[in-house]
Design a protein around this ligand. Structure first.
Ligand code: FE2
Ligand code: FE2
Length: 374
């Protein structure tokens, strides 16, 4: 529920006319709007780079967006905003001739739109309040869903790594590489949630194999490799429970908001293929090149990099230089070269994520990790 308090609104347009429309509506009716919605602080920006900078430095409740801002320079304004500040609601300001643009922007993640010709304090209040309210509900659902996914992923990882931060880090790295590769906002946020489930199938691997301090025998390796197919089965598109008549009745009542879940289906592809190698020598399918789903190619690199840097029951943590040497040697054979290059571009951010999500056991084992990265 949106509380009535101080609201921060960013007006993003390079059209003086549209800016004036909004400013006039606010100037003439500020008292009425504030009575309904709380005090409003309005900031205006006429270029997309500045919009992104402002959103990264301060949490805005709503961006009133001119959907043509920055498009001439080849930018996607909505995507830029949603990446810079996923918590901010977006309301598109469109003219009557831009009906198509309004629907498109709604489909891609804006909360609402307002006709530029109809901006007055009533419509502005209704739209701003509704958009902020919807965004806040969406965020609450998204956060609880992310929490559940992380806890499930951590449960599978627990025997290998008690804090379970490895799986969360892999999701964060994968998101950064997705951004560096120019994936869409939806793909980026989906991989962020799906990647932590890559090893969910390990839940079925016996401790004697998972925690074995030495090399696995061929038979043990065969059992270990089954975690891919088992993970994919866990993440299959239907469970016995969801297919039951009882569950179908509850779901069709609409109260769960259940829909086809892109996170689950991407997580399934990642679980199945994160041990495939670019040159076709991986497992379980010996897929090569782009026959391996892109998200699995991204997670393959993130997973190996983080595992190399972390102590495991069977190995000490490698120092960063050694890890980078191994990752770089894998370019074009183990890893997709485009993913390797994207990893290099976001390495500083990846190291920040790693420091932010360090494992307790690693803090204790600092003496065996050389933090020499600069
Ligand atoms: Fe794995
Ligand atoms: Fe992993």
């Amino acid at each position: 529920m949106v509380q009535s308090h101080h609201r921060l609104v960013l007006l993003a347009t390079d059209s003086a006319e549209r800016a004036r429309c909004v400013e006039d509506a606010l100037a003439h009716s500020r008292g009425a709007i504030e009575l309904l919605w709380g005090t409003i602080e309005l900031r205006t920006s006429d270029n997309l780079r500045d919009v992104a900078k402002r959103l990264e430095s301060r949490l805005y409740d709503v961006v009133l967006l001119d959907p043509s801002l920055g498009v001439r320079e080849g930018n996607d304004p909505l995507n830029t905003i949603l990446i810079a500040s996923p918590r901010t609601a977006v309301v598109a300001m469109v003219s009557e001739q831009e009906d198509g643009a309004a629907l498109d922007i709604l489909r891609r993640g804006a909360q609402d739109y307002i006709m530029a010709e109809e901006i007055d304090y009533r419509s502005l209040t209704r739209v701003l309040h509704g958009a902020a309210e919807r965004k806040s509900t969406e965020m609450a659902i998204a956060e609880s869903r992310a929490e559940l996914i992380w806890r499930l992923a951590k449960a599978a990882e627990y025997r290998d790594n008690e804090t379970g931060n490895h799986v969360v880090r892999v999701g964060c790295y994968a998101r950064e590489i997705g951004i560096a590769l120019g994936l869409s906002r939806n793909e980026i946020e989906t991989i962020f949630l799906a990647a932590p489930l890559h090893d969910i199938g390990k839940i079925s691997i016996p401790d004697a194999i998972l925690k074995k301090p030495g090399r696995l025998t061929d038979e043990e390796m065969r059992v270990m490799q089954q975690h891919c197919a088992i993970g994919a089965r866990i993440l299959d598109d239907s469970t016995d429970a969801s297919q039951s008549q009882y569950a179908k009745r509850v779901i069709s009542s609409g109260c769960l908001g259940v829909h086809d879940d892109p996170v689950r289906s991407m997580a399934r592809r990642i679980a199945m293929s994160h041990h495939e190698r670019w040159d076709g020598t991986g497992y379980p399918g010996r897929l090569a090149g782009d026959r391996i789903p892109l998200e699995a190619r991204i997670v393959a690199l993130c997973d190996v990099f983080d595992a190399l840097l972390s102590p495991r029951p069977y190995k000490r943590a490698f120092d960063l230089n050694k890890c980078l040497e191994i990752i770089r040697k894998g370019r074009g054979n183990h890893f997709d070269p485009a993913v390797s290059d994207a990893f290099e571009r976001c390495l500083p951010t990846i190291m920040e994520i790693r420091a932010d999500l360090v494992d307790t056991q690693e803090e204790e084992a600092k003496d065996c990790i050389e933090w020499s990265y600069v």
